[in-house]
Design a protein around this ligand. Structure first.
Ligand SMILES: Cc1cc2nc3c(=O)[nH]c(=O)nc-3n(C[C@H](O)[C@H](O)[C@H](O)COP(=O)(O)O)c2cc1C
Length: 213
């Protein structure tokens, strides 16, 4: 079955913004190469400071290097979730189950993208601003083509090993690790704070009177 037949995805931009959530369960269908190319092309349309485009996408699919890196990442993800699960006191829930499933099946993730920042100057606290728009573009482009993904940080647990294994130079930051596949579940409404809680009007703390939704 093709991706499009299983997951109709003619979704408008605003609907995609309102419903694209982290997808952590994937079917075993592949991410088609032409779709992956499209996803990465659209990710690369993101803005960056002075249009320097410091983002780089290190793609892990199949083959010995990719499989070894996915195995390493799998260990880091399982450790990351185990620490978070006990540290944050997660009770049994659908969310906790989906996280456990995600990390337990990490090696089977169809596509893993290490989103990197190729530094051209000293690290700055704002440098992520030239990479994370590309991450969100990637997730939205994946959504548009019937896929789903999750942006994660658990790769940092094995950053040194990944650098060595994948020959990532010292001036390159590993900004995010994004997993992509065909969703086993659905996208849907997002749990977010109401707008009046996150918008101030004119002065910090002043609530807008014009928010209706
Ligand atoms: C900076 C950042 C770091 C994140 N790190 C992780 C992570 O390490 N593991 C993970 O499973 N999800 C991670 N996420 C995904 C968030 O948990 C998720 O987007 C958030 O809880 C909202 O859930 P939703 O996308 O399902 O609405 C991260 C997201 C962001 C933006």
């Amino acid at each position: 079955m093709s991706v499009s037949a299983a997951f109709p995805h003619d979704v408008g931009l605003l609907e995609a913004l309102a419903t694209t959530r982290a997808i952590r369960r994937y079917t075993d269908e592949p991410v088609l190469t032409r779709d992956l190319e499209q996803i990465l092309w659209h990710a690369g349309r993101a803005p960056s400071g002075s249009n320097r485009q410091p983002f780089r996408f290190l793609v892990l699919r199949n083959g010995p290097n990719a499989e070894a890196a996915k195995a390493l990442l799998g260990e880091a993800f399982r450790a990351g979730w185990a620490t978070k699960r006990s540290g944050d006191g997660y009770r049994p829930s659908r969310f906790a189950d989906s996280m456990q499933h995600y990390v337990d099946h990490f090696e089977a993730t169809p596509v893993v993208v290490l989103v990197c920042l190729d530094r051209y100057r000293e690290a700055s606290p704002y440098e992520g601003a030239s990479v994370y728009p590309a991450c969100q573009n990637l997730l939205l482009a994946a959504r548009a083509l019937g896929y789903g993904g999750a942006l994660t940080m658990w790769h940092l647990g094995v950053e040194d090993e990944l650098r060595e294994m994948l020959e990532i130079p010292a001036n390159v930051a590993l900004s995010a690790c994004i997993t992509v596949g065909v969703p086993a579940g659905r996208h849907g409404p997002l749990k977010r704070k109401p707008l009046e809680e996150v918008v101030f009007d004119g002065r910090w703390g002043d609530r807008p009177t014009w928010i209706t939704a």
